[in-house]
Design a binder for this molecule. Structure first.
Ligand code: 13P
Length: 282
């Protein structure tokens, strides 16, 4: 398959009841798991590599592995850096053929917009795409208290888009990374309002793990076009690895371990893809 951009893969989904899954990968087993799940479901997906993970795994090693796997896949797959803050590094990633998320959400609005715009100009000159973020998602990780005051407002989302021309926009609507304290409390009405105001600009749900299926469906119908999953795959990987580490005799051959954890990632990714495709996975 020729490599696709973030913009192309999201534009190709015109079904309001479906959403494109974006899965964080960390090594070869995650790459295999996600690609095999996407191929078996005949569904395009996005592979994301967190900036810190990519700095550890290197652009010319983990980055190239993800890009090669995407190009060899039987379905369209986009590859992007997730939560990047190092603009010089992100420019290297764009040069290497990845799309990027520039995360300036911890900065004051004007600074976030200016720095995101710089990344957008650099990316668009090279035919690549940028996801930006407006709203404060990270500081909600300790619970839902005071969620309202950190939500992305419609005005902020529109002004941020107008100032940056980002291809894709991550918003804060009660979502948090990792596991939720109690049930996820997602403000679906806010998604609807932002989606209506932004029109065709795709909006993104970060912190997509541990959200009940019905809330996922309502969020998608309200306008979420990209749904990010990291933690649910990491749990599948770690739990399977723990079981293997308790086996006796200890399986020391890497090929006794790697395909097993890759399969666990694949099964969890497949489950999410089916939900994102609107299938009955209850
Ligand atoms: P989770 O770890 O909650 O799935 O969040 C993933 C994410 O948003 C990555 O950017």
């Amino acid at each position: 398959m020729p490599q696709v951009t973030l913009r192309e893969i999201l534009a190709a989904n015109q079904d309001p009841n479906r959403v494109v899954g974006a899965f964080n990968i960390h090594n070869l087993e995650f790459i295999r798991g996600v690609v095999q799940a996407a191929e078996s479901e005949k569904t395009p997906v996005i592979m994301m590599i967190n900036e810190a993970v990519l700095k550890y795994g290197r652009i010319d090693c983990l980055g190239v592995a993800a890009l090669s796997a995407a190009k060899a896949a039987e379905v369209p797959i986009a590859v992007m850096v997730d939560h990047g803050t190092d603009r010089a590094f992100l420019k290297e990633c764009l040069d290497a053929g990845m799309d990027v998320m520039y995360d300036g959400s911890a900065l004051p609005f004007e600074q976030n917009a200016a720095q995101t715009k710089e990344m957008v100009c650099y990316a668009h000159e090279r035919g690549r795409c940028v996801e930006g973020e407006i709203g404060a998602l990270g500081i909600l990780e300790d619970g839902d208290d005071g969620v309202e005051q950190h939500l992305t407002t419609v005005r902020e989302a529109v002004a941020f888009y107008e100032q940056t021309s980002v291809d894709v926009l991550a918003i804060s609507v009660g979502n948090v990374h990792g596991l939720y304290h109690g049930e996820a409390s997602i403000n679906v009405e806010r998604i609807e309002e932002i989606h209506a105001a932004l029109g065709k600009v795709p909006v993104v749900m970060h912190g997509g793990s541990d959200i009940p299926i019905e809330t996922i469906r309502r969020s998608v119908r309200a306008g979420i076009r990209k749904f990010n999953i990291a933690t649910d795959l990491k749990i599948a990987y770690a739990q399977t690895m723990r079981e293997l580490m308790h086996a006796s005799p200890l399986p020391i051959q890497p090929l006794q371990l790697f395909p097993v954890v890759a399969k666990a990632v694949e099964e969890q990714a497949r489950h999410k893809i089916r939900i994102f495709n609107g299938e009955d996975e209850g």
